[in-house]
Design a binder for this molecule. Structure first.
Ligand SMILES: Cc1cc2nc3c(=O)[nH]c(=O)nc-3n(C[C@H](O)[C@H](O)[C@H](O)COP(=O)(O)OP(=O)(O)OC[C@H]3O[C@@H](n4cnc5c(N)ncnc54)[C@H](O)[C@@H]3O)c2cc1C
Length: 315
């Protein structure tokens, strides 16, 4: 019996079968709309289910990959071995009490933002147009315009590598530019609490509208991408360097650099993850050769990539 069949058999015994999938193509669960299959995909509903699934994998030494809403990842065409836990579907409950909003980690930032606005709470407007989840935003310290995740989150809970549920207070998150302690902590972020400020409804909705328009005018939001491809290098902007290198609108088959915003790498339809990776590599190398700047990807490479394919990231 293969490792996958063994894993499935164990998982089927303990978890709801209607939310377990075998050899499931993941392209539709990533905003790049590319990538191969998960050996096993699970859509959990509760902390308990996640704990059980991770426990089974640990016992059998099977790798676990967590996905939020897939808006900051490039999944290999060969897919993901072992168990993939996708949180953006069934792990999305949000509740509000006073100026505190509590959310399961798969909840969308859009739903969070909408709940806050409806309750006249301010602080989450910056999330407008970021298509990620609570967990992904905490791991990346997602930010935009006038706000940052670290300014509104005050605690989060996670499942540790030892299988325990633990809580982090604000300072323990070690938030930085596109990073937090979770980047180096093998864990599943389970839920978070946000502390917001009472605000004026017209001002909150006004800001949301302003940010929507700004995004629409400056970013290719109608195209498949993972947002900003590269992090901002010190004292510069990735998009400026890419444009100055003459790569705005560069295209290789069905993938390329947006002609609207040079910071975005786009799947124009049908591009494989490998083709998208090649565009990243080309852009990285041209900018390095022209300006002696090594752009660091903001996007995360997930699944089975070979050393050769992603060697450029460390060159
Ligand atoms: C059009 C567009 C615009 C964007 N604009 C912005 C922007 O303005 N600002 C910004 O910061 N980002 C932006 N992004 C990027 C992205 O939306 C954010 O980084 C978002 O926070 C990622 O969340 P996610 O749930 O999609 O994470 P995923 O892409 O699913 O995962 C990202 C990483 O987090 C890990 N992860 C996710 N959830 C968990 C969890 N619960 N526990 C443990 N690990 C987890 C994954 O393993 C992976 O390593 C944009 C993306 C797009 C497509």
């Amino acid at each position: 019996m293969s490792e996958t069949e063994l894993l499935l058999r164990e998982l089927f015994k303990s978890l709801p079968v209607q939310r377990l999938f075998f050899d499931f193509r993941l392209d539709s669960l990533s905003t790049f709309n590319a990538g191969g299959p998960a050996d096993v995909l699970f859509l959990p509903e509760s902390n308990q289910e996640i704990q059980t699934a991770v426990g089974i994998c640990q016992k059998n030494e099977i790798p676990v990959q967590v996905l939020g809403r897939g808006s900051n990842i490039l999944i290999s065409d060969r897919g993901i071995r072992g168990l993939t836990i996708y949180l953006g579907r069934n792990f999305t409950k949000i509740s509000q009490a006073g100026n505190i909003i509590k959310a399961q980690s798969g909840a969308s930032l859009a739903a969070l933002n909408a709940m806050a606005a409806k309750s006249n709470l301010s602080g989450l407007e910056f999330c407008t147009g970021i298509p990620g989840s609570v967990g992904g935003a905490i791991l990346m310290n997602a930010s935009s315009y006038d706000g940052e995740t670290k300014n509104v989150v005050f605690s989060s809970r996670y499942l540790s590598a030892e299988g325990e549920i633990k809580t982090l207070s604000l300072n323990e998150h070690q938030f930085g530019y596109r990073t937090s302690v979770y980047n180096n902590l093998p864990s599943v972020i389970l839920e978070a609490e946000y502390k917001l400020k009472p605000g004026k409804r017209l001002e909150i909705y006004g800001k949301i509208q302003e940010f929507q328009i700004k995004r629409r005018n400056s970013q290719p939001i109608d195209k498949q991408s993972a947002g900003s491809a590269f992090k901002r290098p010190p004292g510069n902007y990735a998009s400026k360097l890419i444009a100055d290198a003459g790569l705005k609108g560069y295209r290789a088959g069905n993938a390329g650099v947006s002609a609207k915003h040079a910071g975005f790498i786009i799947n124009y339809g049908g591009a494989t993850a490998s083709e998208i990776n090649k565009v990243f590599e080309y852009v990285h190398n041209v900018v390095r050769d022209k300006f002696d700047v090594n752009l660091e990807p903001e996007v995360k490479w997930i699944g089975e990539w070979s050393e050769e394919e992603i060697q450029w990231k460390s060159s």
